[in-house]
Design a protein around this ligand. Structure first.
Ligand code: ADP
Ligand code: ADP
Length: 224
């Protein structure tokens, strides 16, 4: 039983399609690595699955609904309430402390300041960076910042975490640490993780790998 499944997605920004028939399915609690050469369409697939980009055709099933048929406002709400995001760089708000960054998704969904801060620190502790909670993102290392970003992606109990090259800016030791903490936390909370990476060492933390070639992938294993 798939949690999130895409059927025959197509998307073109110009004459050459970025996605030319991509099918994909992921179950709750599964960590799937999306691999493939640069320019093969991995990020476009992730952006479609996450409701950030609307495909030209194809369907995306989630919770009995088709994301491609939703309005922008509905997809925006879905992203905020059910999905978590980790990108390669620069997604922390520089003016806020690391703990305030982690608390932000909870504050946006109506939690009080004290309760949100307490939960933020619990997550920072799980990611082994509670010591940087009071610092601004500009005052912490790249590896610490990515662990803060992972805490923020998971704090509101998302059903799906989208991670696009989450370790791309880190050295291998910090990259492996981020991957271990991200996958442990996701498995404990039964969140599914769609992990885009071109590194085999990073993909090794997944349950299975799918490969995108020239905008094409046929993966239905998660639906079985
Ligand atoms: P990957 O993540 O595998 O590197 P992408 O999905 O980023 O691949 O890109 C697939 C193709 O689509 C590439 O040729 C890329 O240049 C193009 N593309 C991706 N996003 C855009 C965009 N926003 N505007 C124009 N072209 C894009
Ligand atoms: P809205 O449609 O509400 O303005 P956005 O398109 O700004 O929403 O994106 C909503 C969510 O998707 C954000 O929480 C953000 O984390 C994520 N997101 C979308 N695109 C990007 C991107 N290019 N880089 C980082 N995060 C992104």
């Amino acid at each position: 039983q798939a949690l999130l499944s895409a059927c025959d997605l197509r998307k073109a920004y110009g004459p050459t399609p970025a996605l030319a028939g991509a099918s994909f399915a992921i179950r709750a609690g599964e960590v799937v690595a999306v691999m493939g050469p640069s320019g093969s369409g991995k990020s476009t697939l992730l952006h479609c699955l996450a409701g950030i980009v609307r495909p030209d055709s194809g369907t995306i099933g989630y919770g009995g609904r088709d994301l491609t048929a939703m309005t922008d406002a509905e997809r925006s709400t879905l992203r905020r309430t059910e999905f978590g995001f980790v990108f390669q760089f620069g997604q922390l708000v520089p003016e806020l402390s690391c703990a305030e960054n982690v608390a932000l998704p909870l504050r946006l969904s109506g939690a009080g300041r004290k309760a949100a801060e307490r939960t933020a620190f619990e997550w920072l502790e799980r990611l082994e960076v509670d010591d940087v909670g009071r610092k601004r993102p500009g005052e912490v290392s790249g590896g610490q910042g990515q662990r803060v970003a992972v805490a923020r992606a998971l704090v509101a109990s998302p059903r799906v975490v989208f991670a696009d090259e989450p370790t791309g800016a880190l050295d291998s030791l910090n990259g492996e640490r981020v991957m271990r903490l991200l996958t442990d936390a996701a498995r404990q909370t039964s969140a599914a993780v769609v992990l885009v990476t071109h590194e085999a060492r990073v993909a090794a933390y997944s349950d299975r790998e799918v490969v995108v070639r020239d905008g094409t992938v046929r993966d239905m294993a998660g639906a079985l």
